[in-house]
Design a protein around this ligand. Structure first.
Ligand code: URA
Length: 223
């Protein structure tokens, strides 16, 4: 039947299996329910395309679909890697950086959020190897700080000192290893880095290594 073929195609796009496998699964009655309450083996179907995931990234996981070592996709259901349209990270965090990471399969949203024009504020908590000297906030706020190997100065960034060797830094760009390179430019070294916010979003009480879907209201607050 035509509807079954369409459903099989839809399930295949969600990563449940090949179209052929899904046609067989439907014939065997593994797909039940209607409309918003479709179920596969009794479990509610994964979200339709257009989803945004908020992940509390642990250290030691790489933001890549295929790389050596542990990948952030291991923290999600395995079929999420087979979705079409593909689920991508919104920018990247270094393997050793922890905290708030978004993933989406919405290409337009992805490009809007990672565009240099988006100017989305992102807040990072940094633990440093050496005590702060007091001049760092001015350097970062200047709008003239040039990172090694680059020809355009960084936009002004706000530094709030939270301890002798800890600080919260808010940036609106997303250059390669930006925070680590900023502190290196100020003569220090980042020992640990955690992203606490992305635009209006925070991690709330989401435990490390866990993820949740953003609600449509939360997605609407994104820049
Ligand atoms: N800046 C860094 O240096 N690393 C990150 O993971 C994010 C921002």
């Amino acid at each position: 039947m035509k509807e079954d073929r369409q459903l099989a195609k839809y399930l295949a796009h969600l990563g449940y299996g090949s179209r052929k496998e899904m046609e067989i699964a439907i014939r065997r009655g593994r797909v039940t329910g209607f409309g918003d309450d479709l179920r596969f083996d009794g479990e509610k179907l994964d979200p339709a395309p257009g989803m945004v995931i908020l992940l509390n990234k642990p250290a030691g996981f790489t933001c890549s679909r295929a790389d050596q070592g542990r990948l952030i996709y291991e923290l999600l259901p395995p079929r999420f890697l087979k979705r079409d349209p593909a689920l991508s990270t919104v920018g990247r965090l270094d393997a050793e950086t922890t905290g708030l990471l978004l993933l989406t399969d919405d290409g337009k949203l992805l490009h809007r959020l990672i565009s240099p024009k988006s100017n989305t504020p992102k807040t990072y908590d940094a633990t440093l190897a050496r005590p702060l000297e007091g001049h760092e906030a001015d350097i970062f706020a200047s709008g003239t700080l040039m990172l090694r190997g680059e020809d355009k100065p960084l936009l002004p960034a706000q530094l709030d000192v939270t301890g002798e060797r800890t600080a919260r830094l808010t940036i609106t760009e997303g250059r390669y290893h930006q925070i680590r390179r900023m502190f290196a430019a100020a003569g220090n070294h980042v020992e640990a880095l955690h992203r606490a916010t992305f635009g209006p979003l925070t991690l709330g009480d989401l435990p490390e290594g866990e993820w949740r879907l953003l609600t449509s209201d939360e997605v609407a607050t994104l820049p």
